[in-house]
Design a protein around this ligand. Structure first.
Ligand SMILES: *[C@@H]1O[C@H](CO)[C@@H](O)[C@H](O)[C@H]1NC(C)=O
Ligand SMILES: *[C@@H]1O[C@H](CO)[C@@H](O)[C@H](O)[C@H]1NC(C)=O
Ligand SMILES: *[C@@H]1O[C@H](CO)[C@@H](O)[C@H](O)[C@H]1NC(C)=O
Ligand SMILES: *[C@@H]1O[C@H](CO)[C@@H](O)[C@H](O)[C@H]1NC(C)=O
Ligand SMILES: *[C@@H]1O[C@H](CO)[C@@H](O)[C@H](O)[C@H]1NC(C)=O
Length: 473
């Protein structure tokens, strides 16, 4: 082998590697990056579709309290809703707090604590907090006089700008040149109704997904479509497109609507050479989505994908919150090419808040690695670390500390039988930004570093399906 190891061999091996990405022996792995904030917008990932829009501080879910300047009293929905609205409170608390559903820059619906919408649809002209569905009689025009800046309206042209500039073919080129072989693409349920999804969703995501597939084909990458936002919301968080924190997904209507979304995606992309897999639902909440409902949904979703592709991986995300991922390894959801997705962040939990860099790195080796090992030992589905990031709660860490943290994660997650996917491609919070990490050498990872790493042994397997695999020594 020594005689072959020159620059020419490295180039040849990379060319050979792609078509044999998923060899039957399972030695080759997914190394992916998530295209976060692109088709499913998350406010904290900048630049955003909503940057600079009028009343940008009045998006869905914003909590407002309203006080009459004449009466100097707060507007209140007594008992959290269910009867008339009064203007008689001296102090604002939960009954006086309303969540916004944005219709346009000036038009809003207001939801009470109990979930009812304020409505003008009453016989005696009262405003009531009794509507279950927000329609035109539940829509209010809110004018703000304290805005000194007015920016253009949100319109098709503006949207077009975000879709065509945030992620482009040159990003796929960058990824393919830096050791990445797959992208995981979050999509929202409304993609099925493109280009005219229902309000407040914005059209254009289906055309963008088509583009992603053609870029992937050009640059030799594979695509995982990830249903990130299901109708009704499966976890109440912004990235599931919950308008105000509600989790309504596990209702039979929404579940069957979601299966139709999977059917739509599998029909359209099931035969595409760049499709690697379909992830049926991102991060369902353990607190609100019962396991039996989820297992039934995953089982039916698996069958739908299999109807359109015998080989596409069907990816099942763990429940987030208080649930053990082993529950999905034991559920017997499908017969072939089933993957369970775990998300590993040393963040979002007070447990990590006071850890220093050494403790964070130790956690990767002492907690993540054994969990990975235990799940591998079940001989169940393949294992995917579908989200992780080179960021933590450590303040002012040095570049060297970040490099060590990134290296520890890459070391351990390399043992996930399916592979991993970094969250996220781009973000103005630089440590979350994959491209920034690579360019600034905070994450020491690339195709060439992988192939030159002494701990990797290159094997050229001959015979049917000749391919190069990379095997940990
Ligand atoms: C409005 O609601 C308050 C508090 O629930 C109640 O006391 C009052 O009678 C209601 N007024 C009308 C006109 O319905
Ligand atoms: C699979 O396809 C067959 C034939 O079109 C259809 O009858 C069946 O309902 C489909 N199954 C699922 C789970 O979609
Ligand atoms: C991290 O914390 C541990 C436990 O308090 C301590 O022993 C260690 O020296 C600390 N390491 C660094 C780099 O601060
Ligand atoms: C981090 O650095 C900033 C800016 O130099 C400083 O204000 C802050 O106190 C530092 N934080 C810690 C925890 O050292
Ligand atoms: C990866 O798995 C192998 C085989 O179980 C184990 O020996 C090794 O320690 C693991 N590596 C890491 C970094 O967890």
């Amino acid at each position: 082998m020594g005689g072959l190891a020159g620059p020419g061999f490295v180039l040849l091996s990379w060319v050979l590697f792609s078509p044999c990405l998923f060899s039957v022996d399972g030695l080759s792995k997914v190394r992916a990056v998530n295209l976060g904030g692109w088709l499913v917008v998350e406010g904290w990932i900048k630049p955003s579709l909503f940057d600079g829009i009028p009343n940008g501080d009045m998006l869905d879910g914003t909590q407002v309290q309203l006080r009459s300047v004449v009466l100097n009293k707060y507007v209140s929905a007594a008992n959290g809703g269910g009867s008339n609205v009064t203007v008689d409170r001296d102090v604002a608390s939960t009954w006086e707090t309303f969540r916004l559903w944005r219709v346009s820059e000036n038009e809003f619906q207001l939801r009470s604590l109990g979930g009812e919408f304020l409505t003008s649809n009453s016989e005696d002209g009262l405003i009531l907090a009794t509507a279950r569905e927000p329609l035109s009689t539940e829509t209010f025009y809110i004018e703000r006089n304290d805005e000194s800046v007015h920016i253009k309206l949100l319109n098709g042209g503006y949207v077009q700008e975000h879709r065509t500039s945030f992620i482009t073919a040159s990003d796929f080129d960058f990824l393919s040149r830096h050791g990445i072989n797959t992208v995981r693409i979050p999509v929202g349920w409304w993609i099925t109704q493109d280009p005219f999804p229902p309000s407040p969703f914005v059209g254009g995501s289906l055309a963008a997904l088509d583009l992603a597939f053609s870029w992937a084909q050009s640059y030799g990458l594979k695509c995982i479509i990830d249903l990130h936002a299901a109708p009704g919301s499966q976890n109440g968080m912004e990235h599931s497109a919950s308008r105000d924190g509600s989790v309504d997904w596990p209702s039979p209507e929404y579940v069957s609507q979601t299966l139709e979304v999977i059917d739509f995606l599998a029909t359209r992309y099931g035969g595409h050479p760049s499709l690697l897999g379909i992830e049926l639902l991102n991060e369902p909440s353990a607190a609100t989505v019962p396991l039996d409902v989820l297992v039934s949904y995953y089982t039916r979703g698996y069958q739908i994908v299999r109807n359109h592709s015998t080989t596409a991986y069907v990816i099942l995300c763990q429940r987030i919150g208080n649930a053990d991922p082993i529950e999905l390894f034991q559920a017997g959801i499908g017969l072939s090419n089933v993957v369970v997705d775990l998300h590993y962040y040393n963040l979002f939990d007070p447990y990590f808040a006071s850890m220093n860099s050494t403790q964070n790195i130790e956690f990767i080796y002492k907690n993540r690695a054994p969990q990975l090992q235990a799940l591998r030992d079940t001989n169940g589905p393949l294992l995917f670390i579908g989200e992780w990031v080179n960021e933590w709660d450590v303040q002012n860490a040095s570049q060297y500390e970040y490099q060590k943290f990134g290296r520890a994660q890459l070391d351990v997650y390399a043992n996930a039988t399916f592979g991993w996917s970094y969250w996220t491609l781009k973000n103005d919070r630089m440590h979350w930004d994959f491209e920034w990490n690579i360019r600034n050498k905070y994450l020491l990872f690339s195709a060439s570093s992988l192939l030159k790493t002494p701990s990797f042994l290159l094997l050229l397997a001959l015979g049917w399906g000749t391919c190069l695999t990379i095997m940990p020594r």
